[in-house]
Design a protein around this ligand. Sequence first.
Ligand code: FCB
Length: 421
Amino acid sequence: MTSKNPDKPLAFPPGFLFGAATSAHQVEGGNHNQWTVWELENAKSLAKQAEYKLTWLPDWQGVKDQATDPSNYVSGQACDHFNRYREDFDLLRRMNMNAFRFSVEWSRIEPREGVWDAAAFVHYKKYVGQLRSLNIEPVVTLMHWTLPVWFAEKGGFARRGNVKYFVRFAKKVFMELGGDIKYFCTLNEPEVYTSKGYYWGEWPPNRQSRLQAMWVYLNLASAHNRTVRAGRRLGGAWLFGLSKDCAHNYPGDDAWLSRLSAALANWALDYFFLNMVRRKLDWLGLNYYFSNRFFGYRIHNPEHPQNDLGWTMEPRNLQFVIERLSRKYRRPIMVTESGVADRGDRYRKWWISASLAAIARAIAGGARVDGYLHWSLLDNFEWAFGKWPRFGLAEVNYRTLSRRLRPSALWYGQTIKKLRR
Ligand code: FCB
């Protein structure tokens, strides 16, 4: 692999983390949380809505059958990763990876308020132990959007008084699993969680209230800060971060309104939250999927190809997001997610290659980047879209549950081998 100058190979620092990411709810199967309840209530309606909401997708004909089938919208056994994790970690090993991001499922660990499930900890201990035995660095997310039903029923993060339950859960995880963990990621994409669930009303709990959305956002910032404080008090040598979804927002022309809109987007979508937690970040996780090009206050993206979800693909802009965040927050950045819904595996290799080149350029320019964790290891349950979007390095056959590394994954594995130092 080479950068723009073909004679100059990409350079990554020693110990750079090359890996993949998942989240519990999307792969484990057999969960019972606020999302599984919501899926069962909404599967039929989502399948119906697909018939008029998704027909514009680039490959609508190819995904139509699945997208209009209610069973697509129920996570159910998902990839059965809960039982097949050893097989899945073998895929990491085959790709020469040295890092893996996953989340622990709060609803398994504390199925009822104040009741801890010892078996769940036994499971996650074995899970982490297995990664360690393969020399794969675990990056553990505490909240990747799913909540125990009892916590959601108490009002979830919409109530400040509930933050203490999350902190208590986090402390329990630090004590039970912390011995084997260096990187903890408190929250996944607080902005997406809040806007989808409380502003647009598309995800559980389907609220459409600016006021409540703001409140949830503030409470999540507080949850992060209090969790990190609690973790530091426990005295472990942990490094705390969170995963923030950040786009590359840029003006399409020189007009003042275009420039202002891009700057406002950075502020409203990124800095507003990050400024509240910046003192409690050892590292900053970045989830990058798209860019927004502003003309005036409207977004018109270039005519780049789109992935199966209709997201315009501009992987090289990852460089600019890293540079922006790194200048502003002066923390090591870890790319905790980035990838494509690409069932034909037409774009994934190009995406990864352009992303690695973008990271290498950011590093050469002075940014500190500690890892690239591709989304995702496996095809998985893509929230309200269900199972048809295919983000996996490994293709999952949902009937037989067999896995197969896609050609892009085999290529990525060879590339990692060459790049690892
Ligand atoms: C991110 C989520 C992740 C996955 C990808 C495609 O926003 O964190 O769970 O759904 O998008």
